[in-house]
Design a protein. Structure first.
Length: 369
């Protein structure tokens, strides 16, 4: 300090600081107004940008006011340097947090537009946020005079030890990145694992994959297990799929008539029921002479996996009603069972002695003439 503080210095510093705070409040109100208008647009990127600016702009105005106030005071070179470095570090941290929010929001918006569902893969969002914040912290430390070269060396050695200790966690992390990068599974897909778990993929984060089954319960599957197991994805390469319904009719049925009636029922279901495919080409394929009936397969088209239950339900009801009206029988398997009830065995007959045996009957000759 080259001279003592006077009232004029305090007044100038206070005015500069107050002006910075007032500018920050004014910018916050202005950006809130812009945010309401941005929500009316179809593009979600402007909402993310305005939301990020609502953090950096007011703080930048306050930091600028504080810097002007510090320059108005007769500070020594050392104190002025400390204040300048501190304000620069604060501004860098604010910019870093804003940039992390902005980039993470844009990545999430991109994932949402690619998958078309509300939930998105947060693994890329979290990785992006951590990388941006780490870079900002390192720049802030360099600004205040802290050498980051030894810190990076220590982090490298420590990272090796952490990697050995967290092998399972890192395996799940890289498995999740591999799944998303290869586009094997995306949020919104309906999957079924070889172990029996199935449902809609809600999110893929840094450790596990969240699946919501049809009973609206969440199934948590580690990414490493998901990458190793056999899996069926019912949404890729396309969401529409065909389902098979097994039917059988009696041997006395006219198969040409059965086929025409069945195709009529299929066309009515495809046209009336939500989730069906009106343009789907119905098909009936006879394939087996069974014990009591002739079996055939009916091929239906549905928009997505969960629609098949509603389509099957309505098809079976209509087909059963139509068969009854047309006199087409669906025989049940019959089997004749013969039951034979055995009585108790008679006791064995004891052997007779020679004098107890009956003499053979004597034949008397007729001597009459």
């Amino acid at each position: 300090m080259n001279r003592g503080l006077v009232l004029h210095d305090w007044v100038a510093a206070s005015i500069a600081l107050a002006a910075g705070i007032a500018a920050g409040l004014l910018l916050r109100v202005l950006l809130r107004w812009l945010g309401r208008h941005a929500r009316r647009t179809r593009w979600t990127g402007d909402d993310i940008i305005v939301d990020a600016l609502r953090t950096i702009a007011p703080w930048a105005a306050v930091v600028a006011g504080a810097a002007v106030a510090a320059s108005a005071l007769p500070l020594t070179t050392r104190v002025a340097g400390i204040v300048d470095h501190g304000l620069n570090a604060l501004l860098i941290l604010v910019i870093t947090l804003t940039a992390a929010r902005l980039v993470a929001g844009l990545v999430q918006s991109l994932a949402h537009s690619r998958t078309g569902v509300a939930g998105s893969a947060t693994i890329f969002v979290n990785i992006t946020r951590v990388v941006v914040v780490a870079m900002g912290v390192l720049v802030a430390l360099e600004t205040v005079g802290v050498s980051i070269a030894p810190l990076l060396t220590a982090l490298g050695v420590g990272g090796l030890a952490v990697a050995l200790a967290l092998q399972d966690t890192l395996a799940n992390l890289f498995a999740g990145v591999h799944i998303l990068a290869s586009k094997t599974v995306q949020p919104g897909d309906y999957i079924r694992l070889s172990s029996g778990e199935e449902g809609y993929v809600v999110d893929i984060n840094w450790r596990n994959t969240v699946v919501r089954n049809l009973s609206n319960n969440l199934v948590i599957i580690p990414n490493g297990r998901l990458a190793r197991t056999n899996m069926t994805n019912y949404t890729r390469p396309e969401q529409e799929l065909s389902i098979l319904v097994q039917v059988g009719v009696g041997y006395d049925s006219d198969l040409e008539h059965v086929e025409r009636v069945t195709l009529d029922v299929v066309d009515s279901v495809m046209a009336d029921i939500a989730g069906a495919l009106p343009g789907h080409e119905a098909a009936v394929r006879f394939h087996t002479f069974a014990d009591s009936r002739i079996n055939f397969t009916v091929i239906l088209g549905v928009g997505e996996f969960s629609d098949q239950y509603r389509i099957k339900h309505e098809f079976i009801k209509r087909l059963h009603r139509r068969y009854r009206a047309e006199g087409i029988s669906i025989p049940a398997p019959t089997r004749t069972v013969s039951l034979q009830q055995d009585g108790p065995e008679p006791p064995p007959t004891p052997a007779l002695l020679p004098h107890q045996r009956e003499a053979p009957p004597t034949t008397v000759a007729d001597t009459r003439r």
